[in-house]
Design a binder for this molecule. Structure first.
Ligand code: NAD
Ligand code: MG
Length: 403
């Protein structure tokens, strides 16, 4: 429960990897933060445990049956948390007047509505849900500005760049800041050294076994195809108002340097740390203060080396597709994102093969006629069109894996 001196935080996607890491950091600072609301899709068991530990005023599940079950179970435990149900409830919580900070950590387009609601309501948004920004682009950035929201990136690369920018509070003065380019680092994923001939037979289990980070399934597959880096390139260009051409991707297998900013005088600033999402989460929760995250100190002497190389766009076409979408702008990133979500879900369900993911995205993107997206309805319409197209390709082009 909140006290007058603590900051009220609402966590969307509380039961996921980012959500759990956020609660881990918050638990270290009971004098600073209160959990006001926890929201997720349908994981009753974990959300119940989180409610009993953090005693939020509200809990919400998008799935109505799961919400009813949670309500019954919390009552049996005499827990005072009020349980809300359905998508609308999430939007209401994201804009609730008593909420100060919103952790946007729902995965995929499902996070757009609540994240946008938080932007319009002028909250501090801790943005993990990159898909919502990629699909709604300038519409989202405009909502942040007109709503008076603060946008703090949680994606480790963008958080690193934010930390390496001159004065993160002076976004309007960036043009004079002498920034030459942004360098987004990428671990390269589990198949960095896998020959092209073997990529076809990759299983979902192999794709989800990331060498450096433990994450949800969707972003793990995105990391394996490098589509995650593609989405991050679009994310960076929107967050920092930089052209896609001034953002380079750099493979750095150790994941110690989380990204860099190059200045016109030849300086490059980097942010280093152990690969642990609690660092960017603590940075954004505490900003502009620095607070403890529980992350181990980086031991530079034990690090044998830091390596860098160019990405291989022939084996990982996702990156090239994302650059195309970033250059085209308007509806192209939303189409890329929607086709990717459908293809990744089909791959995880065992319906298509690994290399089909980028084939499907490419086909949906190439046939799409770019249009502007001035409203949320326009964004959702393009998202649905691209999803249907991707589904049709999966069903009709014989991509289904034979069991
Ligand atoms: P995850 O799969 O572990 O968790 C997803 C969360 O979203 C769960 O709490 C789930 O209940 C919730 N959710 C899913 N669909 C929902 C719906 N329809 N309505 C309401 N809630 C829903 O995913 P994650 O790894 O925590 O990633 C979350 C987001 O953060 C993604 O956008 C991802 O790209 C981004 N991100 C994650 C990491 C990481 O290290 N895990 C790093 C950078 C960015
Ligand atoms: Mg990232």
């Amino acid at each position: 429960m909140s006290t007058s001196s603590t900051i009220n935080v609402a966590i969307f996607g509380a039961t996921g990897s980012i959500g759990q890491n956020t609660l881990d950091v918050i638990a270290r600072h009971p004098d600073r933060f209160s959990v006001f609301a926890l929201a997720a899709q349908r994981n009753v068991a974990l959300l119940k445990q989180q409610c009993l530990q953090f005693k939020p005023r509200y809990a919400a599940l998008a799935d109505v049956n799961a919400a009813n079950q949670l309500r019954t179970e919390l009552r049996a435990e005499n827990c005072a948390t009020e349980v809300l149900a359905g998508v609308q409830a999430l939007d209401e919580l994201a804009s609730h007047p008593d909420v100060h900070s919103v952790m946007a950590a729902i995965v995929g387009a499902a996070g757009l509505s609540s994240t946008l609601a938080a932007a319009r309501a002028g909250k501090r948004i801790l943005l993990a849900n990159k898909e919502s920004l990629v699909m709604s682009g300038q519409l989202f950035m405009n909502a942040v500005h007109s709503g008076g929201a603060q946008l703090l990136p949680i994606d480790s690369e963008h958080n690193a760049i934010f930390q390496c920018l001159p004065d993160s509070r002076l976004a309007t003065q960036r043009a004079q800041a002498g920034i030459k380019r942004l360098l987004l680092t990428a671990s390269g994923g589990p198949f960095l050294r896998t020959p092209a001939s073997e990529l076809h037979d990759i299983t979902p289990e192999q794709a989800c076994a990331h060498p450096r980070w433990t994450m949800g399934k969707k972003i793990s597959v995105d990391s394996a195809t490098l589509m995650n880096k593609g989405l991050e390139l679009i994310e960076a260009s929107l967050l920092f108002a930089m052209s896609p051409a001034s953002i380079d991707v750099l493979i750095h297998p150790q994941s110690i340097i989380h990204s860099l900013v190059e200045y016109v005088d030849g300086s490059m600033l980097a942010q280093l740390g152990n690969p642990d999402m609690r660092t960017p989460i603590a940075f954004a929760l505490g900003w502009p203060d620095r607070i403890a995250s529980g992350v181990e100190s980086l031991n530079l002497i034990q690090l044998s080396k830091l390596e860098f190389e160019a990405p291989d766009e022939a084996r990982f076409p996702g990156l090239r597709l994302a650059k195309q979408a970033a250059d085209a702008g308007h509806s192209a990133p939303a189409v890329l994102n929607a086709a990717n979500e459908v293809a990744v879900a089909a791959f995880l369900a065992g319906h298509i093969r690994f290399m089909h993911i980028t084939e499907i995205i490419s086909e949906v993107l190439q046939t799409h006629a770019i249009q502007s997206l001035p409203t949320l309805d326009a964004v959702l319409e393009v998202d649905q069109m691209a999803r249907h197209h991707a589904q049709r390709i999966i069903q009709h082009r014989n991509l289904m894996v034979q069991h």
